[in-house]
Design a protein around this ligand. Structure first.
Ligand code: HEC
Length: 171
C-alpha cells in the first residue's frame, strides 16, 4: 500500500517536471527567436504587435512616456526601441541591421492617433540609411510604408544622425 503511494507521488513529480520543462521550451523561444520580417508593412505590424510586442520594449533612451512632440507626429509621444536599437543608441555605434523604433502618436487630449515606425534593413535602401518607414492608424491600417518620401524629406535633415531626431545617437 505504502509502496503504491510512493510510486504515485513519484509519477506525479515526474509528470510535473516534464510539463514544466516542456512549458519553458514552449514559451522562451517564441518570445526571443521570432524571425524579423522583411520590408513588408503588414508583417512588420504583426511582428511588433504579436511576435515581439513593442509595448514590452525599452523606451527610447532619455525619453519618458507621453513626452511632448511636434508636428507632424503628435502633441504627445511615447517611443519604444527593440533591443538592437536600444544598444545601438546607448553605445552610440550606429543603428545596426534589425533596429526597430516604434513611436506612438497621441492627440492633445492623449488619444492614440497613429503609430510610426523606422525599421533598419541592411541593403534595403542604401541611399537613405536603409530605413523602412511605416505609418499605421490604430487597429493596424497601413497609411504609408516603404521608402516613403514624405518621411525621408523631413528626417533627411538628421542624416548625420542616421535620420533620427529624438537623441544624439552617434559618437
Ligand atoms: C515634417 C517633419 C517630419 C515628417 C514628415 C516625419 N517626421 Fe518622423 N519625426 C520628426 C520629428 C521632429 C521627430 C522627433 C519627435 C517629435 O518631436 O515629434 C520625429 C520622430 C520620428 C520617430 C522616432 C525616431 C526619431 O527620428 O526621433 C519615428 C519612428 C518617426 N519619426 C517616423 C516617421 C515616419 C514613419 C514618417 C512618415 C510617415 C515620419 N516620421 C515623417 C519629423 C518628421
Amino acid at each position: 500500500m505504502k509502496k503504491g503511494l510512493v510510486l504515485i507521488l513519484a509519477a506525479i513529480l515526474i509528470l510535473t517536471f516534464s510539463w514544466a520543462a516542456h512549458a519553458i521550451h514552449e514559451t522562451i523561444p517564441a518570445e526571443t527567436q521570432a524571425t524579423l520580417p522583411g520590408p513588408d508593412a503588414v508583417k512588420l505590424y504583426e511582428y511588433i504587435m504579436k511576435s515581439n510586442p513593442y509595448t514590452d520594449w525599452q523606451l527610447f533612451p532619455g525619453k519618458g512616456r507621453m513626452y511632448e512632440g511636434k508636428q507632424p507626429h503628435g502633441a504627445f509621444l511615447t517611443t519604444y526601441v527593440n533591443n538592437d536599437a536600444y544598444f545601438s543608441i546607448r553605445d552610440k555605434k550606429g543603428m545596426a541591421d534589425g533596429c526597430i523604433i516604434v513611436k506612438e502618436n497621441y492627440t492633445s487630449d492623449k488619444h492614440l492617433n497613429s503609430v510610426t515606425v523606422m525599421y533598419k534593413i541592411k541593403g534595403y535602401s542604401p541611399d537613405t540609411g536603409d530605413w523602412f518607414w511605416a505609418k499605421y492608424e490604430t487597429v493596424g491600417k497601413v497609411v504609408a510604408s516603404g521608402r516613403v518620401s514624405a518621411c525621408i524629406m523631413c528626417h533627411e535633415v538628421k542624416k548625420d544622425n542616421d535620420y533620427i531626431f529624438s537623441g544624439n545617437i552617434m559618437k
